[in-house]
Design a protein around this ligand. Structure first.
Ligand code: NAI
Ligand code: A1CAB
Length: 270
C-alpha cells in the first residue's frame, strides 16, 4: 500500500507526520509532493524513509491512495495535472468540504472519499470526519477508519452534514479559542491584579478538566451546568446572562461558515 499526499502546508504536513509517528503508515509507504520543493524536502528530512515525488503525476503513478491536501481553490489546478493519470484503482481523498465528492467523481474514475481532519490531530487527539463516495469499497472504508483512528476519533457522516459538523471539529479549536480568550479577557478587566497569561491558563486547565470530568462520569453538558449551579448561586446568574446571547451567536457563526463555503464552491474551477 502506497499513500500519497499532495500539498505540504499545515494539514498535509500534520497528517503525514501524525500518521507516521502513530505507526499507522510506515515511512516507506508514504510519498509526498508539494508545489514548493523546500516544503516537501523539510517533511522528508523530518521523517526518514518518506519518499518525495517530483510532480503530482509522478506521485499518482506510484500511489494507491492520494490525499489532496491543497486549498479548495487549488484543487482545479491539481486535478488538471493528475486527472489523466487517475484510474479506478485509485482512492482519491479530499480534505475540505468545499470540493464535493460529486465533483471528484465527475472528473475522475477514482473511488473518492472525504476526510476532514483537525489541527488537534497534531497531538493525535480530537474528532475527524469521514465521508465515503458510492464507489468506495469495504477496503477503502477500513483503510481510512484505520488511518484516522490512529490519530483521532473518526466519525462517518453524510456529506450533507459536513459543514456544520466540521464547524465543531475542524473550525472548533479556533472557535473555542475565541470564546475562551474572551472569557479570560473579561476576567482580567474585572480583576486588574490577574495577569492575562494566568487567566488564560486557568481557562485552559478548566476546559481540559471539564472535558475529562464529562468523559469519566458520563455527564452531559446539561448535567455539568446543573452540577456547578448551586441553587440561588452565582453560576445560575451567569448562565442566565449567557443564554440570552449564546444560542443566537452560534447560529450566526455557523451561518457565516456556510455562506462563505457556498460562495467559494461557486468560484471553484472544477
Ligand atoms: N487548517 C486546518 O485546521 C484545516 C484545514 N483543512 C483543509 O486542508 C486544506 C489545506 O489547508 P492548509 O494546510 O491549512 O493550507 P496551506 O496553505 O497551509 O497548504 C496548502 C499547500 O498546498 C500546496 N499546493 C498548492 N497547490 C499545489 C499544487 N498544484 N501541487 C502541489 N502542492 C500544492 C501549497 O504550496 C501549500 O503548501 C484546505 O483545503 C483546508 O480547507 C481541513 C481541516 C482543518
Ligand atoms: O479555515 C478553513 O477554511 C479550514 C477548514 C477548516 C479549518 N480550517
Amino acid at each position: 500500500m502506497r499513500v500519497g499526499f499532495i500539498g505540504m502546508g499545515n494539514m498535509g504536513r500534520l497528517l503525514v507526520t501524525a500518521l507516521v509517528r502513530a505507526g499507522a503508515l510506515r515511512p516507506d509507504e508514504v510519498i509526498i509532493h508539494s508545489r514548493t520543493a523546500e516544503k516537501r524536502r523539510r517533511v522528508a528530512e523530518s521523517l526518514p524513509g518518506v519518499q518525495q515525488a517530483y510532480s503530482g503525476t509522478d506521485l499518482v503513478r506510484r500511489c494507491d491512495a492520494v490525499f489532496l491536501c491543497v486549498k479548495p481553490g487549488d484543487t482545479g489546478a491539481v486535478l488538471a495535472e493528475i486527472a489523466p493519470y487517475i484510474t479506478r484503482d485509485h482512492l482519491l481523498v479530499v480534505i475540505n468540504n468545499t470540493v464535493t465528492l460529486a465533483m471528484l467523481e465527475e472528473r475522475t474514475p477514482a473511488r473518492v472519499a472525504k476526510v476532514i481532519p483537525s489541527v488537534v490531530q497534531t497531538v493525535a487527539r480530537g474528532a475527524s470526519l469521514l465521508i465515503f463516495g458510492e464507489r468506495c469499497t469495504h477496503g477503502d472504508r477500513a483503510l481510512l477508519v484505520r488511518l484516522m483512528g490512529a490519530i483521532s476519533r473518526p466519525h462517518v457522516i453524510a456529506e450533507a452534514d459536513v459543514r456544520a459538523a466540521s464547524d465543531l471539529t475542524s473550525c472548533g479549536p479556533a472557535f473555542l479559542s475565541c470564546a475562551f480568550q474572551a472569557l479570560a479577557e473579561a476576567a482580567c478587566r474585572r480583576a486588574p491584579g490577574l495577569p492575562r497569561e494566568v487567566a488564560e491558563a486557568m481557562v485552559r486547565e478548566t476546559a481540559r478538566a471539564t472535558c475529562e470530568l464529562m468523559e469519566q462520569t458520563g455527564y452531559s453538558f446539561a448535567d455539568t451546568m446543573q452540577r456547578v449551579s448551586t441553587p440561588g448561586g452565582v453560576t445560575a446568574a451567569g448562565l442566565a446572562a449567557m443564554r440570552e446571547r449564546v444560542g443566537g451567536l452560534w447560529d450566526q457563526v455557523l451561518a457565516a461558515t456556510a455562506a462563505h463555503e457556498a460562495v467559494k464552491r461557486e468560484q471553484l474551477d472544477l
